[in-house]
Design a protein. Structure first.
Ligand code: SAM
Length: 284
């Protein structure tokens, strides 16, 4: 399924008054936000579209073809790439997490449905895979990851079950991992593997570290009167966004006292938007 951009109207409203000459989109994905921003801001001279996933670029290239050389495609992590931009940017956007395309590409191991290698790398050139974490990390570290990144209340029994299983043979696939954790993980409305898979994905891609580092780098790179917007999908991410913005309060105006969430209509049309939260600042 093609990725549907979340909080699109709200993102456009945040940048509506800004004269955007240079824009840095740290999570280009399928280019949904990019297309709408380029349409709304004909003054854009340079739109830098960054993504760790080269497959995302292939899709975005089709969508953004009408803007030709205004769009620069950058492969890499936004936390590192934003610091390398020459000059300052008038707008910075990140919409974190995985895209619907990444989730649907079963062979990449993001989904607990089906059976695929335990990979979960957004960047296929990245060093760390989910298999490495699951088969090599000490039990205590596994429990910490599941508790902190997945908010899995049964993190310790899950870590123990994994360590017991891997003594017999390496855990190679998502299906094998699901079978191991299902009897011990938290039971509720969600599939019992949901929180553990979320935690592994965050750890493999250092998503929280990236977010904090990326926002701090964006604060250094955004021109005066430029704006920074970040869309988070769970409380851990939103807390980081809130804290980085709050710690910079001498240098920015906070535009969202409370985070902006999706309308009932958007949730109906795109259930994935349900937990999204947008925060933004203007650099003084
Ligand atoms: C939720 S999607 C973005 C969707 C996009 N805004 C759109 O409208 O199509 C997130 C994308 O960000 C990329 N991504 C996640 N973390 C990243 C990082 N630290 N650096 C660069 N790209 C990242 C993922 O590979 C994925 O393609």
């Amino acid at each position: 399924m093609r990725h549907i951009p979340v909080l699109l109207r709200e993102v456009l409203d945040l940048f509506a008054e800004v004269n955007l000459r240079t824009f840095f989109d740290g999570t280009l994905g399928a280019g949904g936000h990019a297309k709408a921003l380029l349409e709304a801001h004909p003054e854009i001279e340079r739109y830098i579209g960054c993504d760790r996933d080269p497959r995302a670029h292939a899709l975005a290239q089709e969508v953004l073809a009408p803007w030709g050389e205004k769009v620069e495609f950058v492969h890499g992590s936004y936390a590192e790439q934003i610091a390398l931009v020459d000059g300052c940017v008038d707008g910075f956007l990140i919409d974190v997490g995985v895209s619907s395309m990444q989730f649907d590409e079963k062979e990449r191991g993001f989904s607990f449905m089906g059976d695929a290698p335990l990979d979960m790398r957004m960047d296929p050139e990245g060093d760390l895979t989910a298999a490495e974490i699951v088969n090599r990390y000490p039990e205590k570290e596994l429990a910490r990851i599941f508790f902190e990144y997945g908010e899995e209340r049964r993190s310790r029994p899950v870590a123990k079950a994994i360590v017991e299983a891997r003594k017999k043979r390496p855990i190679r696939t998502t299906g094998e991992l699901v079978d191991i954790i299902k009897p011990v993980a938290t039971r509720g409305k969600l599939h019992p593997a949901t929180l553990v898979f979320q935690a592994l994905r965050i750890a493999v891609n250092d998503e929280l570290g990236q977010l904090e580092k990326g926002l701090k780098a964006a604060l250094e790179k955004t021109c005066s009167s430029g704006r920074i917007a970040a869309i988070a999908f769970h409380s851990l991410e939103d807390r980081i966004v809130k804290n980085v913005f709050r710690d910079a309060k001498e240098r920015v105006k906070i535009l969202t006292k409370k985070p902006i969430g999706p309308s009932a209509e958007e949730i109906r049309a795109n259930p994935r938007s349900r937990s999204s939260k947008l925060r933004a600042v203007e650099v003084l």
